[in-house]
Design a protein around this ligand. Structure first.
Ligand SMILES: [Zn+2]
Length: 213
């Protein structure tokens, strides 16, 4: 084993050289959750080239879709490629209802290629991001739960059932957005008392100066 730590990164459309979408629709604010997909064919080679070729395939006849269908694609190193992204509706799930309800993650694996630990960790982190945006978007489903398809394949189906894509507390630590109001209030009151005491001193000095003048 090489033992090198592979660092996952988020790769924006600009960075991977995406073609602009033909048209977009906004992401629903009432997502049910995330739908996982596979590629359905053996994956090898450079991920960026593959993402570009899949976008070309989705946007060319006979499909002629508006854009790469997935909201994001994730490779075996855990790299996240921005597709339609966090603001636009997916086109991957077959039908408006499913595309509105689920954020589409395309896992860059095929038959006989179970997702790596890095890929699974990246999926958990992205699901955590979705749930931070929309706390009620708690579902994690396979494409085959929405329509008759072999996607996302037996490995991912098994891992969904085992709860392996459920975010853990350590995934994407997000600071508590609410300040600790108790101690903060005490500090503000202490400062206000100090300021009031200073003003009292200043007033006393002015009075003294006035009396002497
Ligand atoms: Zn699918």
């Amino acid at each position: 084993m090489g033992g090198g730590h592979r660092m996952s990164t988020y790769i924006s459309r600009a960075k991977w050289g995406a073609s602009p979408p033909v048209k977009t629709l906004p992401l629903s604010t009432k997502l049910k959750g995330v739908c996982l997909h596979w590629m359905g064919f053996h994956i090898e080679g450079d991920s960026t080239r593959l993402v570009k070729s899949i976008q070309r395939n989705h946007m060319s006849p006979p499909k002629s879709w508006w854009d790469l269908a997935y909201n994001e694609m994730i490779d075996q190193d855990g790299n996240v490629f921005e597709g339609r992204g966090l603001t636009h509706r997916s086109g991957a799930q077959g039908g408006t209802r499913n595309n509105k309800a689920y954020y589409a993650l395309g896992l860059m694996v095929g038959p006989g290629q179970p997702p790596s630990d890095e890929l699974v960790a990246a999926v958990r982190k992205r699901i955590k991001v979705i749930r931070t945006m929309q706390p009620s978007a708690t579902a994690v489903v396979g494409h085959n739960e929405l329509k008759a398809t072999s996607c996302p394949g037996p490995d991912i189906e098994r891992m969904i059932r085992a709860g392996m894509f459920e975010p853990r507390p350590v995934d994407v630590p997000i600071p508590d957005p609410l300040p600790d109001l108790g101690p903060l209030k005490e500090r503000v009151e202490a400062i206000e008392m100090e300021v009031a005491a200073l003003y009292a001193d200043i007033e006393a000095l002015y009075e003294k100066a006035g009396a002497n003048g």
